[in-house]
Every structure is written in structure tokens, then in C-alpha cells.
Ligand binder design. Structure first.
Ligand code: CMC
Length: 424
């Protein structure tokens, strides 16, 4: 086995190197503090591996993303979202019998307990659906108690996958004051979500095939992304032994931030602002470059991808076709393309290796499907759910898992005595 040698204050220690199946290497520093009294310091964990994983491989330099070995381009073109869920969670693509059984279970468990409908009414109609989503997922633990054995855990996994789309669609219906539409067993997973979003009780509604296909692709593109902020949150919360619903609810909250999944709605707000401002993309590029201005080009940059984000490439290459199929002519797509071209010509973005990420074009497709802006991050959460579940399940079954508990280098006041208030 390879070792790294570290010399500190004259003491030399050997640290084992862990090798991954794609030749990635990591220095195992578990013995560092015990042997030297020191820790590693890595704010934002840019160089810290928190686990060994078998789920998703990313090569950020070359824009490679694979789930369980399958390239994202292949999955996005040829698989269904439900197949990708199965692949991520159980490790292999399903046989047709396994897929039928899985689909049946997802259909069978898609209803919400009727009492849960009262919760939606408790929130103001203006509530952001991400807040409602995380609260409702957390509430599921009140209905489906903590499971210990693998079979009971698996049932909770199915319940969560099956019910998330119902929760998402109900929160939308509540926000616009329409009657809830219940799940329909003959629909596919994706079609069922669209049906619950857009059908009304008084009329028949057929899910447009183009919309269903576009949504399948978008959900697949979001399905997992190894140890990102929300997946790490799910693992961290779960590492304390917290149940599946509590862990995923925490992941949803992590996703809601504008630097993570919340970026997709911010991209559209930014493009709309540029449009209202007369379409001057350069003005916003200059703002993003200005260090005195907190504005960032939303949908640009990524911690891992440094040349291109393969998911953004797939969305961009299909955007024109999808919009044409849907019969939508959206000026925001042209603004986005102009902005991208102009930004890529700037040294600022080239030097920092900032390129469009998955969120840059996804909002334009959601918009074309008629999904309201506030729901975009909920769509991301629906897509990411199988990834979170797979990460949680792997964390739970890995014998190397310990409760997540990073250290710190303390920089605060040194010891001092308490002063009574009259002496301060
Ligand atoms: N616009 C302008 N400058 C940027 C941007 C941007 N979008 N992103 C990074 N920079 C600059 C940043 O100011 C810094 O410059 P300097 O070195 O001069 O201080 C440099 O590039 C490196 O940025 P960083 O913030 O240290 O990089 P990070 O890896 O910590 O952050 C990021 C990654 C995605 C949070 C960041 O690029 C960002 O804020 N992007 C906009 C939000 C966004 O689109 N988020 C979605 C990410 S993809 C989907 C997901 O994972 O949810």
C-alpha cells in the first residue's frame, strides 16, 4: 500500500493512501491527531473526502459524471427516472420484473395520510414551497415511525419516494387555492406529478408527452452528485442515527440556498431583470466581476467542474428542441445564450474557470413546462431524492461510518474571569 510521509516538528509519520477504482487517491489522516496532536484545516471541505462511496463518480476536469458506472449522457437519453432511482438506491439497473415491482410499490404508496392535508392549510398560501416540502417530509416521521431493520427501512424509502411528488404538487395547489388532485395509478411517476400539478377536478387532463419527456430528463440530470452540500447534510444528520425523513428534510433545507439548488430560480430572476433592464447582459457581467458588488452570475461556477458541467451541456443542447416541441418561444433563452457567450469571452471567468452549471438552463425548461419559478428548487429536490436516499443508505450500512464531528482551530479569547456587571 502507498503511503504519504508527513514531517512535523521533527516527527515523521506515514499516512496510508486510499485508492479508488478510478485511480483517485486520498491520504487517510485518521491517525494524524492521535499521533501528532494536530488536525487538518479545510474550510468548505474543498480537499476533504468524508467517505468512500460506490454511488457516483465525477471527474471535474473532464466533465465526467457517472452513476454506478453509467455515464449521465447514456442515462439521460435512454433510461427512465424510476430506473435511475432504482439504480442509485439498489446499485444495479432493475430487471423488468424488478422494475414492475418497484413501480407498483411507488404507485401503491403515493397517497398522503388524509390528516396531512390539514398541515398544508396551516401555512400561508405565500409560503415558499421548499419550506413546506422540508416540513412535510419531516412530518412523515410522525406517521411512519423510526425503522431499524432493513425491510422496514426499505418500506420507508419507498414511501418517501412515492409521496414526495404528491407533497410537492399539493403545496403548489394550496399556493394557488385550487383543489388537490390525487395520484392516479395508471400514470408514470413523472406524468403523475404533472397530473397532480396541472389537472383540475372539473376537466379531463392528458399530460403532454413532450412535457413528460423533458421532465424525465431533467429529473435524471439532477439525480445525484456525490458529496455536495445537501448530500453531505443528509449523511451528517443521518450519522447521528436520525431517521430517513429527518435526514432528507435537512437535505432539502440545505438545497434551498441560492448557492446550491436555489440557484435555478435565481437564474430566471436574473434573466428577467436583464430583460426588464433592456437586455444589457454586459452590465450584469460587469457587476459579477466587481469585487465591491456582492452580485454573482447565477448558474455560473462549480466547486468540482472546472471545464464544463456535463448536465448543463445536455440541457443546453436539448433546450431549443424542447422549447420548439412545446411550442414556446422564450426570449429568456436568447438572453441566457448571449450572457453565456459574453461571459465566456471575459478573462475574469476564464481565469477562475467559471462555466454554466446545471442550473443555468434548467429554469428555462421548467418555465416552458408551465412550472412556476418558486417550484424550480422543489423540482431539483424531486430529482435529487434518489441520490440523497442512496447516500443515506450507504452511510447507514458502511461499517466505517462514525458520527460526523469535524474539529476546529479555535481563534477566540483565551481564558479570562467572569466580571460582575457593575465592573464591566
Ligand atoms: N459569478 C461571479 N464570480 C464567481 C461566481 C459567479 N457565479 N462563482 C465564483 N466566482 C468567483 C468568486 O468570487 C471567486 O473569485 P476570487 O477568487 O477572486 O475571490 C472565485 O470565482 C472562486 O469562487 P468560490 O466562491 O471560491 O468557489 P466555490 O467553489 O466555493 O463556489 C459556487 C462554487 C457554485 C457556490 C459558486 O461558483 C457560485 O456562487 N455560483 C453561483 C451560484 C450557483 O450557480 N450555484 C449552483 C451550483 S451547481 C448546482 C448545485 O450544486 O446546486
Amino acid at each position: 500500500m502507498q503511503h504519504a510521509t508527513l514531517t512535523l516538528d521533527g516527527q515523521t509519520i506515514e499516512l496510508p493512501i486510499v485508492e479508488g477504482t478510478e485511480d483517485e487517491t486520498g491520504i487517510d489522516v485518521t491517525a494524524l491527531r492521535k499521533e501528532t496532536g494536530t488536525i487538518t484545516l479545510d474550510p468548505g471541505y474543498g480537499n476533504t473526502g468524508s467517505c468512500e462511496s460506490h454511488i457516483t463518480y465525477i471527474d471535474g476536469e473532464n466533465g465526467v459524471l457517472r452513476h454506478r458506472g453509467y455515464p449521465i449522457e447514456d442515462l439521460a437519453q435512454r433510461a427512465s427516472f424510476v430506473e435511475v432511482c432504482y439504480l442509485l438506491i439498489y446499485g444495479e439497473l432493475p430487471t423488468s420484473t424488478e422494475l414492475d415491482e418497484f413501480k407498483h410499490r411507488l404507485t401503491y404508496h403515493s397517497l398522503l395520510h388524509e390528516d396531512m392535508k390539514k398541515f398544508f392549510e396551516g401555512y400561508p398560501a405565500t409560503a415558499h414551497p421548499m419550506g413546506v416540502l422540508s416540513a412535510m417530509v419531516s412530518s412523515l416521521s410522525a406517521y411512519y415511525p423510526h425503522a431499524e431493520d432493513d425491510e422496514a427501512v426499505d418500506l420507508n424509502i419507498i414511501r418517501l419516494l412515492a409521496k414526495l411528488k404528491t407533497i410537492a404538487a399539493f403545496s403548489y395547489k394550496r399556493s394557488i387555492g385550487q383543489a388537490y388532485i390525487y395520484p392516479k395509478n395508471s400514470n408514470s411517476y413523472t406524468a403523475d406529478f404533472l397530473h397532480m400539478m396541472f389537472a383540475v377536478p372539473s376537466e379531463d387532463y392528458d399530460v403532454p408527452q413532450e412535457v413528460e419527456e423533458a421532465l424525465e430528463m431533467l429529473l435524471i440530470l439532477h439525480a445525484d452528485h456525490e458529496q455536495n452540500c445537501s448530500a453531505s447534510t443528509v449523511r451528517m444528520v443521518g450519522s447521528s442515527g436520525a431517521n430517513l425523513f429527518a435526514s432528507i428534510s435537512a437535505g432539502i433545507n440545505a438545497l434551498s440556498g441560492p448557492l446550491h439548488g436555489g440557484a435555478n430560480q435565481e437564474v430566471i430572476r436574473m434573466l428577467e431583470a436583464i430583460q426588464e433592464d433592456g437586455g444589457d447582459a454586459q452590465k450584469y457581467i460587469d457587476k459579477a466581476k466587481d469585487k465591491e458588488d456582492p452580485f454573482r452570475l447565477m448558474g455560473f461556477g462549480h466547486r468540482v467542474y472546472k471545464n464544463f458541467d456535463p448536465r448543463a451541456r445536455i440541457i443546453k443542447s436539448t433546450a431549443d428542441r424542447v422549447l420548439e416541441n412545446l411550442g414556446v418561444d422564450d426570449p429568456l433563452l436568447d438572453i441566457a445564450k448571449t450572457l453565456e457567450e459574453a461571459a465566456l469571452e471575459e478573462d475574469y471567468f476564464a481565469e477562475r474557470r467559471l462555466y454554466p452549471n446545471v442550473d443555468f438552463y434548467s429554469g428555462i425548461l421548467y418555465r416552458a413546462m408551465g412550472i412556476p419559478t418558486d417550484m424550480y428548487t422543489v423540482m431539483f429536490a424531486m430529482g435529487r431524492l434518489p441520490g440523497w436516499i442512496a447516500q443515506w443508505k450507504e452511510m447507514r450500512s458502511d461499517p466505517a461510518t462514525r458520527i460526523y464531528r469535524p474539529r476546529q482551530v479555535y481563534q477566540g479569547a483565551t481564558e479570562r474571569s467572569y466580571q460582575p456587571i457593575e465592573e464591566r
